[in-house]
Design a protein around this ligand. Sequence first.
Ligand code: ADP
Length: 632
Amino acid sequence: MSESERLCLEVLKTIGKTLSQMNLYNPAHPAVRAMLAEAVRVLSTILAEIPEGTLAYSLDADKVIANGRIVGPVRDLPSSIGNTFTRFKLNSVTFAAGVTEEELSAFCQLAALRPEAAKTVVPAKFLSEKGVSRILLNEALYAKVDRLPDGSPAPAETGAPAGGPSGASAAGTPGSGGAVEGMGEGGGGTGGAAEAVEKVQGEPIEKTIEVLAHRATMDRGEQSRIYGTVMQKIRAELEVKVQEATRELKRQATTLQNEQVRTQAVLSNVAEGVVVVDDSGRVLMMNPAAEELYGSSLAEMAGKPLSEHVKEEHLLALSKETVVPNDKPVQGEVAVSGKDDTRRTLRASTAIVQTEAGKPVGVVSTLSDVTKYREAQKMQREFVAHVTHELRSPLTAIRAALEILEGAVSSKLKADEQRIMTNALRNTDRLEDLVNSILDFSKIESGQMTVYPKPARPELLVQESLDSMLPWVQKKGLRVETACPSSLPTVNADPKRTVQVFVNLLSNAIKFTPAGGTVRIGAGPSRDGSRAVCFFVSDTGPGIPKADQQKIFEKFIQIASGEKHVGGTGLGLAIAKAFVHLQQGQMWVESEPGKGANFQFTLPCYIPTAEEVAARPVAKPKPWWKRLLGLK
Ligand code: ADP
């Protein structure tokens, strides 16, 4: 197919799409206007190439003809185009250079008329009343019919055209325009029946009746009367039959139309944005809320690929992925840059639309703007971080004051007063811990926490952590065991944060293990064979039920462990796990109620750089005699 043929077909296809849009929206709707503009653009391109400046379309059986050349099969066109030709008995439709969007809109309005309305309209008059001068309709003189009322086969072709831009479309009567041929001058009753039958072979019904009338009488007036009466009868009967056949269709069409109006009203009023794209990812429809969210109007988006306006990987993937076998609801949060450059966070819920046969025909996506919610969350986090930070300075001052006071007056205090003083100091400690935990956690949540990994020896990490907790272990009457072979590889870890992880785990182990119990701390090779070291803190406390083993790593989660509540913030494990993740490790717990808990985490092995490897001192081989004598 040549480019010009493709363009010729494209014009009719675009008009067909405009007609479908007109069924959904009014002619002034941006979606319709966008289609019309596109059709006029293509038309103007073609017309610019044609010297005579006109492009006449006609449909012949299954072919589309433009200016006398076949440009493609009728089946490639939307059915509304064929219907327009049939309904208005058009032989051809001619577009002249300079045709405007308004003129094409008028033509589409004519073509989109409901069947009852179409019946009462004279097409050429309809157009001329709307000021259309560059679209010319050439109406057929006779209607095509499939069968004669008596059941005999229908003639193959229509009558001659009436011609002219506003040619009359009334069905011809004998002698009313020279359209009917084969009726010899004064030939009434001439020729035999066989000759008459032959004459009407392959002729339209009108002609057949004419011939019969001609055979019935010589009188032209009589002939005309017979013709008129028979034609009227046929029309009336056809009308009744067609009405019967179309009654159910009309009912269904009305139901569909009502549903469409209802759906459209609902869609335009829902607060969430709804976007519908076709199977090739082009935007078919979007409601006002979606227009607002994307910052683009439907007129700009209609018929264009969603990808031109949307940066959402998630939606794009879906609009391409139209071969999904089942309806597949998908949910996700995506960021969209609107026209005004505001970044919005949308929660998109998307589903593939399929026909009953399972053929995907498009995607519907509903978008709710959760930007405000995200902003509120961020503000909340910032507020907590700010307040906690502000709490720190007065707290430090209180602690300093208490310590000075204790140093100065402790010798003079009675036992009761001393207890009050110790309590005040202990509570200050707890408050400080809490403030530090909250600060750490808000930093982690807002992504501002950074770790500084460097080569670190596992046994030193274990020892340093244990040292800081040893007084508490001893005070509580617990036994401590360490197990950390010095053969373990060096890890890549932030020592300060790793000790903090250990301290959080150890303080839990100490807190929850009753006196006389054992706390074990140490490290070993990673069990899954990865280049990592696996650290652990285990105890002989009450353990943690399976159902809670995931939950305890969430923030502010505390579960009833053992008989009594031992205090805490519920942040310790969440912070520890976050620190391990920040250092590319994993953390988990193994436990059975009543049999203690074993918290474990991995840290990656340190991989020396090429320069470090090169700079390593090469061990000199031992002389043979030292090896022989087993000397160092
Ligand atoms: P908390 O400040 O309450 O200790 P964590 O996040 O450190 O907060 O711990 C969360 C919860 O996990 C604790 O309240 C406790 O119920 C449970 N838990 C943590 N470690 C242990 C342990 N070694 N033995 C039993 N339960 C534990």
